[in-house]
Design a protein around this ligand. Structure first.
Ligand SMILES: C[S@@+](CC[C@H](N)C(=O)[O-])C[C@H]1O[C@@H](n2cnc3c(N)ncnc32)[C@H](O)[C@@H]1O
Length: 468
C-alpha cells in the first residue's frame, strides 16, 4: 500500500466528491498536506484517515481528537493566501508538458503548476477565470481541468489559434476527421519520392497554388521543397469543414514551421542552414498530428462540457467587452522581454494572419523599447499601459476577488526595471490592494528569455485584490 495519497484517492476513501475535499481545504476545515514535486497535494495515511473520520462523523474534529490535526493546528488558520505563500513555487523537476500543454511551443509560456495553484486557492468550481494575455492558453487549460469557466484574450492571432486548439473539445465527427487526415498524411509519407507533385492529387490544385504564401523573404527562410510540402499540407488542413478540428490541424502545422525553416529557433530570428530533407516536413507533420490527436482526445475526455471557454482576439488596450469574472491569472508582456511578432512572423504569414497589425498592438516588444531617439518606449510607457489595463480589469473583476500577475524584471538601457514594483504602484492607484508578492526562481533549462536582451532569474507572483 502506498504511503501517500492523492486528493482523488483521499476523496474516494472518504466517499466524498474531490471538489468537496478541495473546498474543505480551501475553507481551512482540514489542514493542508504537503505537496509533491509536481505541486500536487500528497496526503499521509494519518491525514487521509482524519479526513475519512471528518467525512463520516459530519462533525469537525476538535484538535484533541487528532494527533495529526494537533500537530498541524496552524493550518486551521490557513487562508488561501497563506497556503499560496507556503508553496514551493520553483516546481523544480515538475512535469509541465502533460495533456495539450505540449501541442505547440510558445516563448515564455508559464508552467501549468502556477495557474493551477492560483486557480485552486483563489476560486471555486463553476467560477470564471480570465487570462487577459492568454498566449498559448496555459491558464485556460488548467481552469477547465479544475472545473472553472475560462476566458482568454490575446492580440496575437497565432496565440488565439493555439489556445483554441489546446482547449478544444472534439466531438466524434471532429475526431474522425483528424484520424482521416492522419491516415492520408501517413500514406503520403510512405509513397513520397523526391520531386513528387502534387502530393495530394485529390486536392484542387488551383487552390493549393492560391494558398502558397508569397511573403517577403519566403525563399530566404525556407527551402523550395519545404515550401511545396507546407503549401499542400496547409491546403489539406484548410479543407477540414469542422472548425475545431481545423484549428487543431493548423496548430499542428504551425508547430513544425520554425523547425523546418531556416529560423534558428523559436526565440532567435536569425538564419541558420538546417538541411531539411525532402519529405521531412510531411513526416514531422504526421508525427506531430498523431501526438496531438492523442492529447486532444485525452483532454476532451477529462473536461465536462458545462464548463465553457471563450477566446477573444483583441488588444487589451482597447478594453474589449467581456462579462464579469471571479479571478484573473496571467503573465503579462513586459518591457523588452519578447518580440512575439518577430519570433512568430513566418508562422503568422504562412497562416495568413495579420502580422503587421499584431506588431503595432504588441506591448513590451524589444522593437518598441530598443528604438533610438525620443520615439522609444520607456518604463513610463509600460506604467501608463498597465494603468489602463488595470482600470479595464477592475471593471470586470468582481469586488473582493483576486488578480494574479506573474512578472520578471526587465533590463532597459542597462538599468534593471523591477516590474513587480511598477505593477504594485499602478495597482495602488487603481483601488487594488497588494495582497502578496511571491518569488520563484526560474529553472536554468526554462530560462527561455533571450539573455542578450534581459537576463531573468527570478519571477514574482503579484496578487492583487479588487477593493470594490
Ligand atoms: C508572456 S506571454 C503569455 C504566455 C501565456 N501565459 C502562456 O502560458 O502561454 C504574453 C502575451 O501577451 C500578449 N500580448 C502582447 N501585447 C498584447 C496586447 N496589446 N493585447 C493583448 N495581448 C497582448 C502576447 O501576444 C503574449 O501572448
Amino acid at each position: 500500500m502506498s504511503e501517500s495519497y492523492t486528493t482523488h484517492e483521499v476523496a474516494q476513501m472518504a466517499e466524498i466528491h474531490r471538489d468537496t475535499l478541495l473546498r474543505w481545504l480551501r475553507e481551512g476545515r482540514i489542514p493542508e498536506p504537503s505537496r509533491d514535486r509536481n505541486g500536487w497535494r500528497s496526503f499521509t495515511l494519518n491525514e487521509a484517515q482524519n479526513i475519512v473520520q471528518y467525512a463520516q462523523s459530519g462533525v469537525q474534529p476538535t484538535l484533541a481528537q487528532s494527533t495529526s490535526l494537533r500537530e498541524t493546528a496552524v493550518a486551521y488558520a490557513a487562508t488561501p493566501l497563506t497556503n499560496l505563500d507556503g508553496l514551493d513555487w520553483d516546481f523544480a523537476d515538475a512535469k509541465t508538458g502533460y495533456l495539450t500543454h505540449s501541442l505547440h511551443p510558445y516563448p515564455a509560456k508559464y508552467i501549468p503548476q502556477i495557474p493551477n495553484a492560483l486557480i485552486q486557492e483563489l476560486s471555486s468550481v463553476g467560477d470564471t477565470v480570465l487570462d487577459p494575455f492568454c498566449g498559448s492558453g496555459t491558464t485556460l487549460v488548467e481552469a477547465l481541468l479544475l472545473k472553472r469557466n475560462a476566458i482568454g484574450v490575446d492580440a496575437n492571432p497565432l496565440a488565439c489559434m493555439i489556445a483554441r486548439a489546446k482547449t478544444a473539445r472534439l466531438d466524434e465527427a471532429g475526431m474522425i476527421t483528424l484520424h482521416h487526415l492522419a491516415k492520408r498524411v501517413a500514406e503520403l509519407s510512405l509513397r513520397y519520392t523526391v520531386g513528387m507533385l502534387p502530393l495530394f492529387p485529390n486536392l484542387d490544385h488551383a487552390t493549393t497554388d492560391a494558398l502558397r504564401p508569397n511573403f517577403d523573404g519566403i525563399d530566404f527562410w525556407f527551402d523550395a521543397h519545404v515550401i511545396d510540402e507546407l503549401s499542400e499540407l496547409k491546403a489539406l488542413c484548410l479543407d477540414i469543414p469542422n472548425a475545431i478540428a481545423r484549428d487543431v490541424a493548423l496548430t499542428v502545422l504551425s508547430s513544425i514551421i520554425v523547425a523546418v525553416s531556416r529560423q534558428d529557433s523559436d526565440t532567435r530570428y536569425v538564419r541558420r542552414a538546417k538541411q531539411i530533407k525532402p519529405g521531412e516536413t510531411i513526416q514531422r507533420f504526421a508525427r506531430a498530428l498523431d501526438a496531438a490527436i492523442l492529447r486532444v482526445g485525452e483532454f476532451t475526455d477529462l473536461i465536462e462540457p458545462r464548463f465553457r471557454c471563450e477566446i477573444h482576439h483583441a488588444n487589451v488596450l482597447d478594453a474589449p467587452l467581456i462579462g464579469a469574472v471571479d479571478l484573473i491569472v496571467c503573465s503579462p508582456p513586459y518591457p523588452n522581454a519578447y518580440s512575439y511578432h518577430l519570433y512568430h512572423r513566418t508562422r503568422m504569414l504562412w497562416l495568413d494572419m495579420d502580422q503587421p497589425a499584431f506588431k503595432q498592438a504588441e506591448i513590451g516588444s524589444h522593437r518598441k523599447y530598443s528604438k533610438k531617439g525620443s520615439g522609444a518606449a520607456n518604463v513610463n510607457t509600460f506604467r501608463t499601459e498597465l494603468g489602463r489595463i488595470l482600470h479595464w480589469l477592475r471593471g470586470l473583476l468582481r469586488p473582493g476577488k483576486y488578480a494574479c500577475f506573474v512578472v520578471g524584471d526587465s533590463t532597459l538601457k542597462g538599468e534593471t526595471i523591477h516590474n513587480d514594483q511598477v505593477l504594485a504602484e499602478a495597482a495602488a492607484q487603481c483601488n487594488y490592494s497588494v495582497e502578496a508578492n511571491l518569488t520563484r526562481r526560474m529553472q536554468d533549462s526554462r530560462k527561455s528569455f533571450n539573455p542578450v536582451i534581459g537576463k531573468v532569474k527570478d519571477e514574482h507572483i503579484v496578487i492583487l485584490k479588487n477593493r470594490g
